[in-house]
Ligand binder design. Structure first.
Ligand SMILES: *Cc1c(COP(=O)(O)O)cnc(C)c1O
Length: 393
């Protein structure tokens, strides 16, 4: 079975409702109980949207790949104030003018080249608030090499670098809602000038319930576009499959939640394996089901169990080849990113060719998460690979 059905992993709901912090806003008095989490903050549809800019829907472009039509939802075209692609969906709710009414700065943590980091840096620049970002030790040349880290520093990011062991203690070993109450003590040690101020904490990769609002809008766009495509006979009358590359799985989780009975979302693990995705999605799930009125469990995406066991952002000839093939199939009208997209396409094409996926004649759609702006630094590595693999010996 190449699929993991998430339903089978669902924990038995305990009679004691889970207490999960929803706002991730630092309470003035730190309480491990996450006093700011109230139930109506969990439902994205209840959040005020008036002060947030609206964007027109991104198009769906059909391309032919290996004889098959793939409908590409073009969020690579989405950008606002330097926040791009699916990250603009995930951080959409943070564009609200009210975001920093109760917080003086934003703090997050994760990888030193992360797309989420760069988007958060731009978000903070947009709101004119400080952005603190915590990483493990980074190589000293990273600061000046072209890439997300360098660009985030230029956008004003304050970088805090801590030892691996500390990073693990504070961030990796704990679920995001348990990190929140520790932030104050972390700041006292690592950024004392911020320790008296109140923070807005965003978990790694933007994996938090606030991501739902923007992804719900994405789902609404797709819903309308599917209807239009059906009307024009460009789609058959079956539940289409939408596949997408996943980091934390946040986008896939909320997309499926809001496309129930409209599409089947297929999540392809890219940075992390299927077990990590399951864990993340279960956490997102538990952070909404604590509210007894919304006990109904949302549908989960299918998770494709990857065949290619390769590290994140790896530089493999096969990956570069499929990326070139993908670029040709768009007639160079648009591009795909070199980290997430090729891995997702490799896995999904194998599954389609073997009939594991789409054997009911469903239409196939791809959610283009963006990230193309990172290609400059990745292309360098792929060119290096193509030269170093020439038979020069
Ligand atoms: C962040 C990112 C993803 C992963 O999104 P998740 O919601 O964390 O799964 C995929 N593609 C691109 C280009 C990204 O920047």
């Amino acid at each position: 079975m190449p699929f993991i059905s998430l339903q089978s992993f669902l924990p038995v709901l305990s009679p004691q409702p889970l207490r999960i912090c929803h706002s991730f806003r630092q309470p003035t008095n730190i309480s491990p109980q996450c006093s700011l989490g109230t139930s109506n903050q969990t439902s994205s549809s209840h959040l005020p949207t008036t002060s947030i800019p609206t964007f027109s829907p991104t198009p769906i472009t059909p391309i032919t790949f290996r004889g098959r039509t793939i409908h590409v939802k073009r969020d690579d075209l989405l950008q606002f104030a330097g926040i791009t692609g699916s990250k603009l969906r995930k951080f959409y709710s943070l564009l609200s003018k009210t975001t920093f009414e109760n917080a003086d700065f934003l703090i997050s943590y994760g990888g030193a080249q992360s797309n989420a980091m760069l988007s958060l840096a731009h978000l903070c620049k947009y709101h004119n608030v400080p952005f603190l970002y915590v990483t493990r030790p980074v190589p000293s040349n990273l600061r000046n090499s072209p890439g997300n880290f360098n660009r985030a520093l230029h956008a004003g990011m304050h970088h805090i670098q801590i030892q691996n062991s500390q990073f693990r203690t504070f961030f990796t070993d704990l679920p995001p809602n348990q990190i929140q109450p520790l932030i104050q003590s972390f700041l006292q040690t690592h950024a004392p000038s911020f320790s008296e101020k109140s923070s807005l904490f965003i978990p790694q990769g933007g994996a938090w319930p606030g991501a739902e609002q923007g992804i719900e809008i994405l789902a609404q766009e797709i819903r309308v576009q599917i209807q239009q495509l059906r009307h024009n006979h460009a789609l058959v009358n079956k539940l289409p499959i939408i596949f997408l590359p996943c980091g934390t799985g946040t986008t896939a989780f909320y997309l499926q939640k809001h496309l129930e009975h409209i599409a089947k979302v297929v999540a392809v693990p890219v940075s992390g394996d299927e077990r990590y995705l399951v864990k993340q999605m279960r956490w997102l799930q538990s952070s909404v089901t604590h509210d007894p009125s919304s006990m109904k469990t949302s549908p989960f995406p299918d998770i494709l169990r990857p065949r290619i066991r390769a590290s994140f952002a790896d530089v493999r000839p096969d990956k570069f080849r499929i990326w070139q093939e993908m670029s040709r199939s768009t007639h160079d009208e648009f591009q795909f990113d070199l980290i997430y997209a090729p891995k997702a396409w490799e896995e999904v094409m194998m599954a389609l060719e073997e009939g594991i996926l789409g054997n009911g004649g469903q239409d196939i759609m791809y959610y283009h998460t963006g990230g193309v702006e990172g290609n400059v630094s990745m292309l360098g590595q792929f060119f290096f690979l193509s030269f170093s693999s020439l038979p020069l010996k």
